[in-house]
Design a protein around this ligand. Structure first.
Ligand code: 5GP
Length: 473
């Protein structure tokens, strides 16, 4: 590597660090970092692709130097597009047109991309996104190039975490709060919707925490000289439901034209799931999946859905993967405190692949007639010398967990770790060590998926925010 390249990389990193400390929004920072990366590496473009909660799709959240057309070439499937990156490896492609590890080699060739380099973006040992750079000339990326890009990926992880916190904290820029990484590109790259009904549909999906991608992919419907002479780009793709959605108004002429296109698309691409919807239809569609004003999941007293069933399930699977990896060769004992944890613990343990056992305890809570906290149901197992994993539904002030950890430590386990589904960090009074966290959430009272309010709501398959008025009543 020449001295000049070294200086360029150093200056770029310095510039990025300055942007990180001065830019007001995470979104602005990411854009600037991505642009500076392409400039420093002297490549045509770069992109930061976020993994969706189920780790299936890659959603572009910031890009530089790539055509809109290329970014929308199709939703990238993380398992099909450079899958080795999901194992934590950096992957360099010398000839994008022929390399089978790319999902859309023909689009890369059409966009004039010859080579690319991709590195994972890791946060707390988990891959959350991918960072890619694209070169128009064939290029052998050097060790230094890889190191530079990996360093930028680390910076991106920090910014993404900040973004997530901005979303989760009350009063954050995107309040009302969300609890997970942004699911659609909307917060980063403002989308100009072609029609107000599309924007309304996007808002409705956001409200019910259903992932979406706007105009994800163009399908050729007719060809001339091997080129698509008529293209059709559905308005939305909903990865969770594997469904493309085209919205339509009730104007008969327009509706007929869209109907024709959708029919043709179904003929040509029978595997593609697509629906043509007008407003009434889409309320019905959401209802079918248990969301929306017509859905069964609409429950009296719930202000909004904070974490959908599929978000929870996706995260539970990830946590179980991490736990299985960390406890390889050992037989952990999972301990849950009744009752709130029973849904989470039941799902979590079914995805854990190492042999394990489970036990429960129960304690009295403040306001339940006892003067001081006490164990109302003790463990059936002797935990001395065991690898104990304490599983919690939610950590709020930390007082409950602190008490339980003290109790367990006194019984001499070989190791003691904590896994919690929800972490209300902003409310913490006592610092407690958390080894595995599902979602960090803001200061709001949540119910569902085992969590109750006065004994109710435990059976909701999602986690919702309880209407504060109901609590104060
Ligand atoms: P901590 O001792 O950390 O303040 O509180 C932990 C316990 O408080 C949890 O196990 C749970 O029972 C209850 N809790 C705290 N926040 C919430 C919440 O938002 N919803 C529900 N249902 N329970 C909560």
């Amino acid at each position: 590597m020449t001295k000049e390249t070294k200086t360029r990389y150093y200056q770029a990193l310095r510039h990025m660090a300055q942007t990180m400390s001065s830019a007001t929004t995470a979104r602005g920072t990411l854009r600037s970092v991505i642009k500076a990366t392409a400039r420093a590496m002297e490549v045509a473009g770069s992109a930061l692709l976020l993994l969706d909660p189920d780790r299936e799709y890659l959603i572009p959240v910031a890009a530089s130097g790539l055509s809109d057309w290329y970014l929308r070439k199709g939703l990238l499937n993380a398992q099909k597009s450079l899958p080795e990156v999901l194992e934590g490896k950096a992957v360099a492609i010398l000839d994008a047109a022929t390399d089978t590890r790319l999902e859309y080699p023909e689009s890369a060739a059409k966009a004039g991309i010859a080579s690319l380099l991709c590195v994972p973006v890791t946060h707390r040992g988990e891959i959350i996104a991918e960072l890619r750079v694209y070169s128009r000339q064939q290029r052998q990326f050097s060790r230094r190039d890889r190191e530079f890009l990996a360093t930028v990926a680390d910076l991106c992880a920090t910014v993404l975490e900040r973004w997530r916190l901005e979303q989760a904290l009350p009063g954050g820029p995107t309040a009302p709060t969300g609890a997970q990484m942004p699911r659609s590109p909307s917060p980063i790259a403002p989308i100009s919707f072609a029609h107000p009904s599309e924007e309304e549909f996007a808002r409705l999906l956001d409200f019910y925490r259903i992932d979406w991608v706007y105009e994800p992919r163009s399908f050729p419907l007719h060809w001339e000289d091997d080129k698509g002479s008529e293209m059709f780009t559905p308005d939305f793709y909903l990865p969770e439901l594997d469904l493309y959605v085209e919205l339509t108004t009730l104007k008969p002429r327009l509706a007929a034209e869209k109907n024709r296109k959708v029919r043709r698309l179904k003929q040509l691409y029978p595997d593609i799931n697509i629906r043509l919807l007008n407003k009434k239809d889409y309320h019905r569609l959401l209802a079918k999946y248990g969301h929306g004003p017509l859905g069964e999941a609409k429950v009296e007293g719930i202000e909004r859905v904070l974490l959908s069933t599929s978000q929870i399930q996706g995260r539970v699977r990830q946590l179980a993967r991490l736990i299985s990896r960390d406890y390889e060769g050992r037989q952990p004992l999972l301990i849950g405190v009744l009752k709130g944890v029973f849904c989470f613990l039941a799902d979590l343990m079914r995805h854990i692949t190492v042999p394990m056992s489970v036990d429960f305890m129960a304690i009295s809570y403040y306001g339940e007639n006892s003067e001081a906290v006490q164990i109302t149901k003790d463990l059936d197992t002797n935990i001395s010398g065991r690898d104990v994993l304490m599983v919690e539904d939610i950590v709020d002030t930390g007082m409950t967990l602190n008490y339980i950890l003290r109790y367990l430590r006194a019984r001499d386990p070989a190791s003691l770790r904590v896994c919690t589904l929800l972490d209300k960090r902003v409310r913490r009074l006592i610092e407690v060590p958390l080894d595995y966290v599902g979602f960090e959430i803001g200061d709001q009272f949540v119910v569902g998926y085992g969590l109750d309010y006065r004994g109710e709501y435990r059976n909701l398959p999602f986690i919702g925010v309880l209407n504060p008025e109901l609590r104060e009543a």
